[in-house]
Every structure is written in structure tokens, then in C-alpha cells.
Design a binder for this molecule. Structure first.
Ligand code: MN
Length: 511
């Protein structure tokens, strides 16, 4: 075990990166000296493994260093001042962010699951904080057998309900899949066991057919002069199969993608060429040909899928994609953080902008409230546009900065007294909140409380405040509200109301 073990996982670290990581490695080793985990292992192993997970995701050196230090204040003997002095403000910010997230606990109240996920996103403030937390959680899940049984269940449930879905929203499949399968084992051991056995049986049945078909495909591609491609298998995750079984009457014969052949090619046009060749050697099954390249899934997933009937009567799913699509589907946002920490990679600008356009709606949908029509696609496009302008090496951290600035810093998250999360532009006041909940509540608002205290209705909202609106049937908006409101939705409702009631208001004055 040494810092080299982390560094060796990185693509092309600079000398500076190596030294930075080595320094954090030595610092963490000292900060956790003498401490042991439940397993009896040195505590340091945990932060070391967390850093290795981050390195395998190809995160930048700052994130890896923060991963090494993430428990050094809370559980070790380091201080904030030391970390700031030795590693800088950014690392301290990330370490503190991870600590804050650790304080949020899920105890199985269904109604709050979505709020809690949004809340985590809001307080993380930086996607890197979430990714460190996910890596931390993954290592804790890998070593959960050493934890007290009653705690095991709580942690596993929290992982399954909160952290695995978060990893999924960030499209980091390598994390979400392992988090799901590890926690499923503790949350529902019986179903886990059953699903594993089902999967094994299916694998044993299908492998000979798959291997035979791959040979046929290779021959057919070679005959068309296609030599640049790779094939492999993809097996569905255990929890993901379990969920799908539930949606299909628990009949494994209704599920076609348990085992799939994956063909990875160089270009998009090669994808279609391969699809054509496959359809010429095996009959496609109607309605099971999917073009997620022309029409990506809402989470940004791109690939061609087809299911064919082989000469032996077997049904086989084939997924065809480029290397880039494959990488995106496994590493999601993590892969795109990499491109920026490394500086602009030639020709990446376009793919990145494209990716942004695909990815952002999913995280925004995720953070938005169900009744907020304020989330305009324009805002998403603006953000995507702004990414085009990052070109110089001086801007190499610009991606992350913009992500922080535009996504986290331009939006605030406040809570209703019930714990629902409302997402508003920064600078929004109580009036905006009221209209975001419901236009009637806005119209009849007579006052408001923030964290239990009465406040003026033009009071600007801050992150994570609990806002309660007091209504009265006789209350109504005034022209002043138009100036106080920040969101277009609130302004529109107020203006409509004032316009409709203009005549009524004028009558008393004419008297
Ligand atoms: Mn930890």
C-alpha cells in the first residue's frame, strides 16, 4: 500500500499531481494513526480505498486529495486550519462538504426520500462533494459485514434509497450498480439470493448461444471489411434485474436484456453499419430495435439496441455503440469532470456541449419541484452555450466553476414545513416561493414565517430555510409586489391579478 497505488490508476498524472497526492497520503496516514475500523484494519485503509475509487473514476488530483482527507477532521486529529494551510481552500471546502453530507441520516420515511436526495444535492454545492461521498459510501458498503447487524440494515437502506439513485442521476453506472447490489444483499437477503440464482441459471443456459452468435457476427463484419471493433458481454445488475422482474410479473422469460452482447466501434456511422449487418444475418424481433443514438434516453444514454432470433431459435440482445458512448454510460458526469481538470482535449468541446444538453435536464428535473413551471429550457441551453466558450488552459477548472456557479449558486433550495424541496433562482423572496407552491397561495398570502419566525414578504430566501406561507381570504397582491418578485412566474400571476381587478380597484377612487 502506497500513494503510487493511487497514482497508477490515473491516466497521465503530472509530477505536481503525484506530489500533491503523496503529501495528502502521508498527512492522512498521520491523522488516523493508531485508529482502527470495526474490521480491525487501520482506519487509514478506508480513506486510502476511497481515494482509489476516485482515482479509478479518473477524478482530478484535488478530488483525490480531498478523498484521502475526507475523515481527517471528523474522525482523525487534523484541524481545518492545517488542511487549509497544507492543501488550500478548495480541498478544505470539499472535505467540509463531505462531512456535512455525513450528518444527514435516512431512517426509512418514504415520503421524504426524494426531498432528502434533493437536499443532499443542495448542501453538497459541488458535484465533486457528492462523488467523494459516493466513493466513501461504496467502500463502507464493501466492508459492511464488520458493522453491527442493526446498523447494517439502516446503512444499506440509506444506500439503496438515497445514494444509489444519486449515483444513477449522475449517470455513474460503475458506482450505482455496485452500490445497489451490495445494499440489496442486506436490505432483502431472500430476494437477493433468489435473483442471484436466477441470474446464474440464465447465464449457464445462454452463454453457449451467445458465444456462437459472436463468432457469426465477427465473420459477417470481417466479410464487410469491418475490423475495428470490440465485443464483450454485459450482464444485468442483480438489483436492476430484481426491479425489472417486479415490473414483468416475475417472469424471467419476459426480460430480454439479462445477458447482452456489446459491440463497440469507432464512429456513429459504424454503429448503423453493424446494425445493418446483424439484421442481415439474423431476424430482428419487431419493436425491439431501439435507436438511442438519434433519440437518447432522458438520462443521456446513447446506444443502438436490437434483439434478434438466431438460427437455433434463441433470442439475443445486442447493444452497439462507440467508445465515447460506452465511457459516458459507465462514468457519466465523472468522465466529463475529468476532461476539464485535464484542460481542453481537442475536439472535446462539441461532445461536451452535447453531453451537457443531454445531461442537465435530468439533474434539473431531479432538483425541480413537481409544480414549478419556472424551469425553462432556455436556462439549460444558456448553460450549455456557456460551455462552448471555455477554451484556454487558464479555464481548465472552468467547467467545475461554471457548474458550481450556474447550477448550484444560481439556484437555491428551500423547504416547505412538510419537508418538500422547492427550487428557485437565487435572489428569490417569499413572494416567489408562495407562487411556486400555488398561485392561490400567492394571491392570498398575508404573511410568512422562515424557520418559525415572522418575516416580511420581500425577504430574500437562503438555502435550506423552511418557509411557511400564511394566507387569508381577504389578502391580495399590490403593485409593489411586482417589484419585489424575482421570478417571471410570480410577476406574471401578480400582473394578471392586478389587470383583472383593475376596475374593481378604481371604483372606490371614482366615488
Ligand atoms: Mn469516510
Amino acid at each position: 500500500m502506497a500513494s503510487e497505488e493511487i497514482i497508477s490508476l490515473l491516466d497521465s498524472p503530472t509530477q505536481k499531481d503525484k506530489e500533491f497526492i503523496k503529501k495528502a497520503y502521508d498527512f492522512a496516514l498521520k491523522a488516523h494513526e493508531g485508529q482502527k475500523r470495526m474490521s480491525g484494519e487501520p482506519y487509514f485503509n478506508h480513506v486510502f480505498e476511497t481515494a482509489k475509487i476516485l482515482a479509478s473514476l479518473q477524478m482530478g488530483p484535488t478530488t483525490i486529495v480531498a478523498g484521502l482527507l475526507h475523515d481527517s477532521i471528523e474522525d482523525g486529529v487534523a484541524t481545518e486550519q492545517e488542511i487549509k494551510k497544507e492543501f488550500g481552500e478548495e480541498v478544505l471546502f470539499l472535505v467540509n462538504g463531505v462531512t456535512k453530507l455525513g450528518k444527514v441520516k435516512y431512517r426509512g420515511a418514504e415520503r421524504h426520500v426524494e426531498s432528502l436526495r434533493k437536499f443532499l444535492v443542495a448542501i453538497a454545492q459541488d458535484i465533486r462533494v457528492l462523488i467523494i461521498k459516493l466513493a466513501d459510501r461504496l467502500h463502507n458498503m464493501r466492508t459492511l459485514q464488520y458493522v453491527r447487524p442493526d446498523k447494517q440494515k439502516r446503512i444499506a437502506l440509506e444506500t439503496l434509497e438515497i445514494y444509489a439513485p444519486l449515483a444513477q442521476r449522475l449517470s455513474i453506472r460503475v458506482l450505482s450498480r455496485e452500490l445497489e447490489d451490495l445494499s440489496f444483499q442486506y436490505v432483502d437477503p431472500t430476494s437477493y439470493e433468489k435473483t442471484v440464482n436466477l441470474l446464474k441459471k440464465k447465464e449457464k443456459e445462454s452463454m453457449p448461444e451467445l458465444n456462437k452468435f459472436i463468432k457469426t457476427v465477427k465473420k459477417a463484419l470481417a466479410a464487410e471489411n469491418m475490423t475495428h471493433f470490440k465485443t464483450d458481454y454485459r450482464q444485468k445488475g442483480i438489483y436492476s434485474l430484481y426491479r425489472k422482474l417486479q415490473r414483468h410479473e416475475n417472469d424471467i422469460n419476459n426480460i430480454y436484456d439479462i445477458l447482452a452482447i456489446r459491440i463497440i466501434v469507432d464512429t456513429v456511422s459504424d454503429c448503423y453499419k453493424v446494425l445493418g449487418i446483424i439484421h442481415s444475418i439474423a431476424r430482428p424481433i419487431p419493436r425491439r430495435v431501439k435507436d438511442y443514438i438519434a433519440l437518447p434516453k432522458p438520462n443521456g444514454y446513447r446506444s443502438l439496441h436490437t434483439n434478434v432470433l438466431t438460427k437455433d431459435g434463441a433470442t439475443i440482445e445486442i447493444q452497439i455503440r462507440t467508445k465515447e458512448m460506452q465511457h459516458d454510460s459507465e462514468y457519466g458526469i465523472a468522465s466529463h469532470l475529468l476532461y476539464k481538470e485535464k484542460g481542453s482535449v481537442k475536439g472535446k468541446e462539441n461532445s461536451e456541449t452535447r453531453w451537457f444538453k443531454r445531461f442537465l435536464p435530468s439533474i434539473i428535473n431531479y432538483a425541480k419541484t413537481s409544480n414549478s413551471s419556472e424551469m425553462t429550457p432556455g436556462w439549460i441551453n444558456e448553460l450549455a452555450e456557456s460551455q462552448k466558450n471555455i477554451k484556454t488552459s487558464k479555464d481548465k477548472d472552468g467547467f467545475i466553476e461554471d457548474l458550481k456557479a450556474d447550477f448550484f449558486n444560481e439556484r437555491i433550495f428551500v423547504l416547505t414545513p412538510k419537508g418538500d424541496v422547492v427550487d428557485l433562482p437565487r435572489g428569490s423572496c417569499v413572494i416567489d416561493f408562495a407562487f411556486a407552491i400555488h398561485s392561490d397561495i400567492g394571491i392570498h398570502m398575508s404573511g410568512a414565517k422562515i424557520n418559525g419566525k415572522m418575516v416580511p414578504i420581500d425577504r430574500e430566501l437562503k438555502n435550506v430555510e423552511i418557509v411557511e406561507i400564511i394566507t387569508k381570504d381577504s389578502s391580495k397582491p399590490s403593485t409593489k409586489w411586482l417589484e419585489m418578485a424575482k421570478t417571471n412566474m410570480a410577476k406574471r400571476h401578480i400582473a394578471n391579478y392586478l389587470e383583472k381587478n383593475k376596475n374593481k380597484n378604481q371604483i372606490p377612487r371614482q366615488k
